[in-house]
Design a protein around this ligand. Structure first.
Ligand code: XBP
Ligand code: MG
Length: 259
């Protein structure tokens, strides 16, 4: 039985990467007197590495003009801090909106008593900046658990963020659906045993999501899953996706009943 939806943030709730984090990283490079710039395609490749700081350190490994050793880590911290401040300004200016269908599905969950949680590799401050603009000052009341980088330092594809979210919700994986946009996010949710609906984000239009329970181009777009299809993703779709997966795996739900 569907008891909770666990949301990824970047790419899933909002298209934050290309015009948010990427632009903010470039502003950080410029402010530090560095000629480095990440164009749209380069940043897409770098998204293989989850976590902005980790992404930066990975990129510096390839650069001959990057400092080495402890100096590199200090520069990385400074750039990442600046990037997050710049990102907060970008979202505060209202330049990054919610993806279509997100608010509708969140409101459906709320109206139907389905809990919601966040499982993201980004920081609490970045989530706060984005959600404050999108949902208002009381945004955190929407969620039964909010798991950010500080709560789950092992980044996706590690399942930790999802494991912590399940623990805080007090729910078993079999009663939950995750919504993700990226291969790393899908791998994390699947490693935690959670059925996952992928809503492709701009950077992952062509990625392969073989482990997903269902894949769509957005929550307001058509979706098909084992045993069903619908013109958009609503709560009935999430319930059906979960039910079909549970039945196929021969699992029982947390109250012991067959689905
Ligand atoms: C997306 C990420 C994040 C952001 C940048 O994670 O990998 O690292 O790109 O944020 P998710 P930080 O889709 O799981 O939310 O710089 O704070 O890491
Ligand atoms: Mg994501």
């Amino acid at each position: 039985m569907l008891r909770a939806v666990i949301w990824d943030v970047d790419g899933t709730i909002a298209e934050t990467e290309r015009d948010g984090h990427r632009v903010a990283f470039n502003a950080a490079f410029e402010a530090h007197g560095l000629s480095w710039r990440w164009d749209v395609a380069t940043y897409g490749d770098l998204l293989r590495v989850a976590g902005g700081f980790e992404r930066l350190m990975h990129d510096m490994e390839e650069r001959r003009d990057a400092p080495a050793g402890a100096t590199r880590a200090v520069l990385g911290r400074s750039l990442h801090r600046f990037k997050n401040e710049a990102y907060a300004r970008i979202v505060a200016e209202g330049r990054i909106g919610l993806r279509p269908g997100v608010l509708r599905l969140m409101d459906e969950c709320r109206a139907d008593g389905v809990a919601q949680a966040i499982a993201t590799t980004t920081s609490r401050a970045n989530v706060d900046a984005l959600f404050h603009g999108a949902f208002g000052a009381g945004w955190s009341r929407r969620f039964g658990a909010i798991v950010c980088a500080e709560d789950a330092p092992a980044k996706k594809p590690d399942p930790l963020a999802y494991v912590v979210a399940l623990d805080r919700l007090g729910l078993a994986a079999v009663d939950v659906v995750a919504i993700e946009d990226s291969p790393n996010g899908l791998a994390a949710a699947r490693a935690a045993g959670i059925a996952t609906v992928v809503t492709r984000s701009d950077y992952f239009r062509d990625a392969v999501f073989a482990e997903a329970s269902a894949v769509c181009d957005g929550l307001d777009s058509p979706i098909a899953w084992h045993g069903g299809a619908a013109p958009r993703v609503d709560l009935a779709v999430l319930r059906s996706v979960l039910q079909s997966r549970t039945a196929r795996l021969g699992q029982t739900t947390s109250n012991g009943a067959s689905p």
